[in-house]
Design a protein around this ligand. Structure first.
Ligand code: MEV
Length: 429
């Protein structure tokens, strides 16, 4: 089993980190060649992925370390431009690891396809007919994608609702059919769209209405993943703050987000700071994950916190995150983008359910990282400490010198490469 504990990884040069990766059995020479080449996404591949291509837009790819989830170690690939995110996730993952790790679970991967029917003479009768013909419709929709059924997936259930029933509503009445489709390890957008499109003529016949939209719903509320951590307060103590103080600060921060949408949006943005980079690195559709996550945060009628933080009877800090997680390990651009192929190998997940669980665990860690910093020193201290390290490295500091120069930059309150160069020269003397 690979370990996700690589002490001192952040102090290594990029070359040293790459050498370490290249030694992992997981990778072939071709993999590492792609990962380390200047053009990891070739212009040809890019040109086949989207339209009007003129170039590519690379992002830094970092590794989230220390993740122990359901007793399995994960090295988490994260593609993101924002400093501190990878460091903060790894820092919290280490604390949670020392508390026994994250526990996670996921529901079956059931996605929703929607069919909109308008203009029925009698909407109640149309709804009844659809529900009455449920089995027939499920079989018909499955016939449109037999390979999915062969893999153990396919349409499992069906539902129908009438929207805008009240007379006087400013919108037209419509019948909305939901087809619940298990997409196995695929995110499933294309599968679902093909399936629901195939059903439209039959639905028109049965309802005497006109079908307009036939499309998946990105609100994948039957494709959920959950992560939980329980942390004894002594593991939270830091820089003059007791563990209890940190724990209580995190809970107050959560309560703020739970009560105020203005704070909740920023709080949740911090969670997505952890989630999006993994979704992106694994070649998944992060807009779909974002849209569903925010809808889930508003499911009670008011936009609130995606996470929940509380204290258990022993005084431990308990964190929980549940989100729709429509990600796949096959299909889409996952095996088209060479770096996403490698990211999957690195993560070493066997199913989309497992990937979804890793992603919510990273989101939970990221949230705790932000709340812990915000409720104690504020986030700028950590940002500046990290920034000063990069500046020290840019000025030529290596090994032990990095810490010394970085500390002197902070003390001098001058975090710039010019100053760092002076300090490096002084140090060498
Ligand atoms: C910054 O990218 C994210 C935070 O603002 C999140 C938060 O406030 O919880 C630090």
């Amino acid at each position: 089993m690979q370990t996700s504990r690589i002490p001192g990884f952040y102090n290594m040069t990029v070359e040293e980190r790459r050498e370490l990766l290249a030694k992992m059995d997981t990778f072939t020479e071709e993999d590492t060649a792609y990962l380390f080449s200047k053009e990891s996404l070739s212009m040809d591949t890019a040109d086949n992925m989207i339209e009007n291509v003129v170039g590519t837009f690379p992002l830094p790819l970092g590794l989230g370390l220390n993740f122990l989830i359901n007793n399995k170690d994960y090295v988490v690939p994260m593609a993101i431009e924002e400093p501190s995110v990878v460091a903060s996730a790894s820092h919290i993952a280490k604390i949670v690891r020392n508390a026994g790790g994250f526990s996670t679970e996921a529901t079956d991967r059931v996605m929703i396809g929607q069919i909109q029917v308008v203009g029925c003479q009698d909407f109640d009768a149309a709804k009844k007919t659809i529900l009455h013909e449920k089995d027939y419709l499920i079989n018909a929709v499955n016939a449109a994608y037999p390979s999915l059924v062969k893999r153990g997936g396919g349409a499992e259930d069906l539902d129908a609702r009438i929207l805008n029933e009240k007379t006087g509503s400013k919108y037209s009445q419509m019948l909305i059919i939901h087809i619940y489709i298990n997409t196995c390890d695929a995110m499933g957008a294309n599968i679902i769209n093909t399936m629901v499109e195939s059903l439209a003529p039959t639905v028109e016949e049965l309802t005497d209405g006109k079908v307009y939209l036939r499309i998946l719903s990105n609100y994948a509320d039957r494709c959920l993943a959950r992560a939980r951590c329980v942390i004894p307060p002594d593991l939270l103590a830091s820089d003059g703050f007791s563990g209890e103080e940190v724990r209580d600060g995190v809970i107050h921060a959560y309560e703020f987000a739970a009560s105020d949408p203005y704070r909740a949006v920023t709080h949740n943005k911090g969670i997505m700071n952890g989630i999006d980079p993994v979704v992106i690195a694994t070649g998944n559709d992060w807009r779909a994950v974002e849209a569903a996550a925010h809808a889930h945060a508003a499911r009670d009628g008011q936009y609130g916190s995606m996470t929940e933080w509380s204290k258990d009877e022993e005084g431990n800090l308990v964190g929980e995150l549940e989100l729709p997680m429509s990600v796949g390990t096959v299909g889409g651009s996952i095996h088209v983008h060479p770096v996403s192929r490698i990211a999957h190998k690195l993560l070493n997940v066997v199913s989309a359910q497992e990937l979804a669980q890793v992603i919510v665990a990273v989101g939970l860690a990221q949230n705790l990282g932000a709340l812990k910093a915000l409720a104690t020193d504020g986030i700028q201290k950590g940002h500046m400490a990290l920034h000063s390290r990069s500046v020290a490295i840019a000025a030529g500091a290596t090994g032990e010198m990095i810490d010394v120069i970085s500390q002197r930059l902070i003390e001098a309150n001058e975090i710039r490469v010019g100053k760092a160069k002076e300090l490096v020269e002084e140090y060498k003397k």
